[in-house]
Design a protein around this ligand. Structure first.
Ligand code: PSU
Ligand code: MN
Length: 304
């Protein structure tokens, strides 16, 4: 057992009795949405996971402890502090621990901590990936390396077009990470159901996805798996509107010389601002949908 890791009692009991658990990240709370919507959403997501038969485990670093499973008060605390909390990807972990401070975990760090606790399924909104222009900036999210190396399933709504989706898929292919379309042949682009890029495989039921993941683990492959679940039709956005907002946000980031870990939060906030809150509502709804599907997959996995 990792000496820095605290597993919440409810999560530990579920794991010990082979009951389904779904991990959730905290950067989406601190950096992805404004207060108090972020807290309301995080709590509603936990409830959706419970309603679908699994136990939620929101993951963060608090006072230098790796936390797998947060209380309502801890979620409220993270949401209120917002972007004051250190956005913690894998490379940030050592100093956040040694300084005994708080860290909001990205997809990469959430996968890492979930794996330490033996939580196998993780639901979020969108993953980081290869940024547009990465051929000169080399800006490639650590989320992709984590998917390459950590055997956790990430259920997301694809990736935002702030990234180069084609290069992101190429990277995942090189690293041996299966990209599964849940009920779709096309990679969803977060706010929209379509991107123009094909996923590797389409699977249509929670059991089929759980079986693929089970096969991956039992044959000793140590890679993660990406499950791309399209935003429900009724909440999806107009492609032209969102793509225009993304192009504008990327141009402004370049003008302001935004780089490194600031890039993704800057682009997300800009897109939100340009679309005047419409993107926030879509974002919330797709996370709810991913939480539901992840809980169903986690339940199916426990039967195998
Ligand atoms: N993409 C989104 N919403 C998010 C993020 C990405 O659509 O909230 C967050 C996630 O926590 C993800 C992180 O792991 O940004 C990636 O940041 P970076 O590109 O700096 O690795
Ligand atoms: Mn980056």
């Amino acid at each position: 057992m990792n000496k820095y890791l605290d597993i919440a009692p409810e999560v530990r009991e579920a794991l010990e009795s082979n009951r389904p658990v779904v991990a959730l990240e905290s950067t989406i709370i601190s950096h992805g949405m404004p207060y108090p919507k972020n807290v309301e959403t995080a709590l509603a997501v936990e409830q959706i996971i419970r309603d679908n038969g699994a136990v939620p485990a929101t993951i963060a670093i608090l006072g230098g402890r790796l936390k797998c499973g947060l209380s309502k008060d801890e979620i409220e605390y993270l949401g209120k502090k917002g972007a004051e909390i250190v956005k913690t990807s894998r490379r940030d972990v050592p100093v956040v621990l040694s300084q005994k401070i708080d860290g909001a975990t990205t997809v990469a760090t959430t996968m890492m901590i979930a794996n330490m606790a033996d939580v196998k399924i993780f639901a979020t909104g969108g993953i980081g990936g290869v940024h547009r222009g990465a051929e000169t900036t080399m800006d490639i999210s650590a989320d992709l390396e984590e998917l390459a190396n950590t055997p956790v399933m990430v259920v997301c709504a694809g990736a935002k077009a702030i990234l180069d989706l084609g290069l992101t898929l190429e990277y995942l292919e090189t690293k041996g990470v299966p990209v599964i379309g849940y009920g779709t042949e096309e990679l969803p682009a977060f706010y929209t159901r379509k991107s123009g890029f094909a996923v590797d495989y389409r699977l249509d039921t929670p059991l089929a996805v759980a079986e693929a993941f089970d096969a991956q683990r039992k044959c000793g492959l140590h890679t993660g798996m990406l499950v791309a679940n399209p935003i429900p039709e009724e909440f999806s956005m107009d492609a032209d509107t969102i793509n225009r907002a993304i192009d504008e946000a990327i141009a402004e980031a370049a003008e302001k010389n935004i780089s490194g870990k600031e890039t993704t939060p800057f682009l997300l906030a800009k897109v939100k601002e340009i679309t005047d809150g419409e993107s926030l509502e879509a974002n919330i709804q797709l996370v709810y949908n991913n939480a539901k599907v992840a809980a169903q997959i986690a339940c199916a996995l426990c039967t195998l």
